[in-house]
Design a protein around this ligand. Structure first.
Ligand code: ADP
Length: 164
């Protein structure tokens, strides 16, 4: 049986920070299941399908990566997949409080669920999807922080917004 981990998140959009965490996870786990969590009350720039397509392009042909989206509780997804290990990234102390709450809540909901944390390479510690969207929308060059395909999606989305 393969050693699998679920990597849940908004990924709106995926950044090199997310990819760095996935690369690191692949040195520990055989398979990473990227789970785009769809939360109807959370407004996102990209639809779940767009986020899924971006990951599909980034990891095309890599059978160590599974890409899926889920609308519901992470612990239910874990039960469906029969995987009880969850991966999260830790950038700074500021992430800790929220991650601590989430991990404890998930453990309460399903005691078998364990959360593991990986730190990214230092150059990504200050990187977030929201910062990318903000800098990009103001015309900043974010190419060194995101995969090429994400830049294309951002470009298209921004062009569409400008036309409105
Ligand atoms: P969420 O809304 O679930 O926090 P994100 O897409 O912002 O979704 O993040 C998903 C996961 O990836 C979280 O564990 C987050 O801490 C981690 N993450 C986000 N950006 C980075 C980064 N630059 N380096 C390392 N981990 C990151």
């Amino acid at each position: 049986m393969k050693n699998k981990v679920i990597y849940p998140g908004s990924f709106d959009p995926p950044t090199n920070g997310h990819l760095d965490v996935i690369d690191r996870a692949l040195t520990v786990f055989d398979k990473v299941i990227i789970c785009i969590i769809v939360n109807p009350s959370k407004k996102t720039l990209f639809s779940a399908d767009e986020r899924k397509n971006m990951f599909n392009k980034i990891y095309s042909g890599d059978d160590r990566i599974e890409i899926t989206s889920y609308s519901g509780l992470l612990v239910d997804f874990a039960t469906e997949k029969r995987v009880n290990t969850v991966l999260r990234g830790l950038r700074a102390v500021s992430d800790f409080e929220y991650e601590f709450q989430m991990a404890l809540m998930n453990m309460k909901l399903k005691p078998a669920v364990k959360t593991v944390y990986l730190m990214p390479s230092p150059e990504y510690t200050y990187l977030s999807s929201s910062l990318i969207k903000e800098v990009y929308s103001l015309g900043g060059d974010v190419r060194s922080f995101i995969p090429e395909v994400v830049e294309k999606y951002l470009h298209r989305k921004l062009a569409k917004k400008r036309k409105r």
